[in-house]
Write a new protein. Structure first.
Length: 269
């Protein structure tokens, strides 16, 4: 694990509570720059709640989140709304795919690009008055098409998102996230619903994302072959509390982790 001061993302004492339920309890973790880090745990462990705190969907009751950009500057992003978190350089996908189903693949990716748009949407309604806005729209479309091609989705550019095969929809959601030009990517169960061959291809895909787009990646995943195959370091939650962190080999052999996933009786059988 890298030095605690050399981080892309840091959570310090983050707690999120819903009434009497503590979803995340005093979570402190550092995600190193350009790392591929796993956040795992059984159902209801608090993983997605942690993602929602990081990306601005939830405001923590206690603690804070810090983000370090490529320029080295550290920003406290705790409590910022999601669009501000995205503008800061963090993008995410969701456990349940959230595409604009009636829009084409290229339109979905273009929507992601608008977070960096210099002009305003209404400028395109009067192109003779604001010719720069039209040029920017053309540039956004060209970049979206190039991104689709890089992710193997070029053939689906004009296809409605809802008509794409499941695996292609997963990639399209990642393409839309990449269109925001992030420095940090959060993937929420990217292998969900995939068959073993698709999951194996996902390993190579995630590594290529990190290398080609110069990203730091934090992922939630239940497929342990994916987690152990791609993650360089893993954090484990159970009932909202961090119970272990370490290398994939450390986590595989950790009795607390085995117990959390299999239950005490099975773990000691």
């Amino acid at each position: 694990m890298s030095n605690e001061n050399d981080f892309a993302l840091r959570l310090d004492g983050v707690t999120i509570q819903f009434g009497g339920l503590v979803a995340v309890n005093d979570l402190t973790m550092n995600v190193p720059r350009k790392g591929i880090i796993g956040l795992i745990g059984p159902n209801g462990a608090g993983k997605t709640s942690a993602f929602n705190v990081i990306t601005g969907f939830y405001k923590p009751n206690k603690g804070y989140v810090e983000f370090r950009g490529r320029d080295g500057a550290v920003s406290r992003i705790t409590g910022l709304p999601p669009h501000r978190v995205c503008q800061a350089g963090l993008a995410r996908t969701f456990q349940n795919i959230r595409l604009f189903g009636s829009e084409t693949a290229i339109q979905n990716v273009m929507i992601g690009s608008y977070v960096r748009q210099r002009g305003r949407w209404w400028m395109n309604l009067v192109p003779f008055t604001f010719p720069g806005a039209s040029r920017e729209e053309e540039e956004i479309r060209a970049n979206a098409l190039a991104l689709l091609e890089r992710l193997g989705l070029g053939a689906y550019a004009e296809t409605p998102a809802s008509s794409l095969p499941y695996g292609a929809q997963r990639r399209l959601e990642i393409a839309r996230a990449l269109a925001t030009k992030p420095e940090f990517l959060l993937l929420d169960e990217p292998a969900a619903g995939m068959n073993p061959q698709e999951s194996a291809e996902l390993l190579k895909f995630i590594r290529s994302l990190r290398d080609e787009f110069d990203l730091s990646i934090l992922l939630i995943e239940h497929d342990m072959k994916v987690v152990m195959g791609v993650c360089e370091y893993i954090w484990v939650l159970d009932q909202g509390t961090l119970i272990a962190d370490g290398s994939p080999e450390d986590i595989r052999m950790n009795p607390k982790v085995v117990e959390a996933y299999l239950g005490k009786e099975a773990a000691h059988a």
